[in-house]
Design a protein around this ligand. Sequence first.
Ligand code: GCW
Length: 695
Amino acid sequence: MLKIITIFFFTILFFKANADDGYRLWLKYDLLKNTSQKSEYKRFTNFIDNQFGESTIVNTAQKELKNGLAGMLGIALQSSSKKVGGIVLKKDLTIPKEGYKIQNIGGNIIISAQTDKGILYGIFDFLRQIQTESSISTINISSSPKIQLRMLNHWDNVLGTIERGYAGSSLWKWYELPENIDPRYLEYARANASIGINAVVLNNVNASARFLTKEYLAKVKALADAFRPYGIQVFLSVNFASPKILGKLKTSDPLDPQVRAWWNNKAQEVYSFIPDFGGFLVKANSEGEPGPQEYGRTHADGANMLAEAVKPFNGLVIWRAFVYGPDPKGDRFKEAYNDFKPLDGTFAKNVIVQVKNGPIDFMPREPFHPLFGAMPRTPLAMEFQITQEYLGFSTNLVFLPLLFKETLETDTYATGKGSTVAKVIDGSVHNYPITAIAGVANTGSDRNWTGHLMSQANWYGYGRLAWNHEISPEQIADEWIKMTLTKDQSSHKIVKNILLKSRETYVNFTNPLGLHHIMGQSIHFGMEPWLEKSARPDWTAIYYHRADSLGIGFDRTSKGNNALGLYAQEVQNQWNNPQKMDLNYLLWFHHVAWNQKLSTGKTLWDELCARYYTGVTEVEKMQNEWNQVKSNVDAEIFEDVKGRLAAQHREALNWRDACVLYFQTYSKQPIPAPFKKPERTLDEMKKIVEIYQLK
Ligand code: GCW
């Protein structure tokens, strides 16, 4: 009997240990099965010799190395007097800060760096080589980040909610801090370090002044202390009206001496808690947030005041360019440009202006923001959104490195051909002295961190691209799949195919041909192309798609509002001819007749329908393909992704039916063969969306 109970107990333990809830992300370190690879690795893992020197960060790195190798190879790495067959950490002052080299020199793996962060990143890379079962016998890697500040921006609120968060609530338990350090904080920092993220903004840009109080600074300090061993610096979003709210001053005018004194003192206080604090992120004069324009001052006046306050401590001010006036007469596309372009060269040296990838707002596809390339004398940071606000929350599988890469690779022609967005933000086009990139985080308290397990790949991919924007989405997918999901080759191929098609699929069933901003009102879920009234005209859908009896699309050419004119001439040339341009951006810039023949040979109406319908069949394909990997991925993960794909299919059908039926009221044309007309009516579709708007 005892034997049976024991067997039962161990069986349960075994299955528990093997069930995967996604918590371990891409850092699983499970025992490798490939014995020939394992023996190759073992030849170099007899000992560790730290010739670099001790530091908290180096200790973190060594611990990681030991854990990783213990897990994957089943060996314990020891310090030893042996000379060959080990891992040696070395200092090399010729390597750029944070960069590293990994080489086989004389039978040892040498990981060298100038700084301790370099050692940390080098070790994570070395572990990644083993996780992905790459050969290390002739390893020769030399890597350094192209962008200095690689940040996550959290839109987390004081009460634990996350603006546009779809993976549970905030990771930060403000009420338990500073006394209680949830072990998850360390896991979070570790995951970030593994992909080279070196800075985080803890709180929402719609910022509560609470974070600047003494009580909360003590909490922020506790998090900063937890993250520091992983090379992560902490920033805060600040409320521009803090002098009024916290300091009880009559004004927050950036030119007022009392206001300036208040910020100077506040900065001093912040740094007394956190000596290596990164600085402030600011959303000002946007969507109701306070800002300098309330006092007739410019964004530069506001930013420079804060810059002065943090300067003695080497702090930075990251000032967001996501602004649009409260009463839009014009097109939101142009507003940030019009506000910021004239200010080029007037910002203090420790200010970076953070620009969203596109001119409207994280749509499934946007042309690059016209500010990129237009601010040669002001460092611009890229802001991507990893959380899927406009990309179907946590129910839709969308591999975002494709979107990121598309923007990064687009040529701004700022200083001639080859001035890609990536080269603007990495500083090579305009020689920016500081460079930064930010991703709005998709993490939350869900056990698997990101809600949809496949969205872990977006966190991972963002970090990898922030480190090196030249890496391909294919490589990112390869690495992530091997580390997270499966090492089985045929399943790997299938999952990779799913990832690489997923973004276009999502665009097809939601916003094909350059449609944008036709999503459900305020929650930004589902579709609402018929939305014609909102608090502001530019919060409606009709403002953007402009469908009428003649055609559809926003004429932003010189015949329309000429937003296209904000780009370099070469870019304008690419996009000003609807016959020749990339159809993916068509309706961003042109109002096109329903019967207009496109370069695909189809009329606009037929092409639009074809894309909506193909989008849905592509989701069906993803579902079928996912079913094929069942035996090679963890059962829990398999079921979870399967369920979410089914939800995505339902949503895709909703988008398709709603959009084709609605646009049909303008085109007055049948759904083209071979597609069947929707079984539901437009009224039925409207009812579905109404549900999401109910409070
Ligand atoms: O995308 C929009 C979101 C807002 C967000 C804003 C911004 C934090 O709908 O929720 O606010 O952008 O980026 O400031």
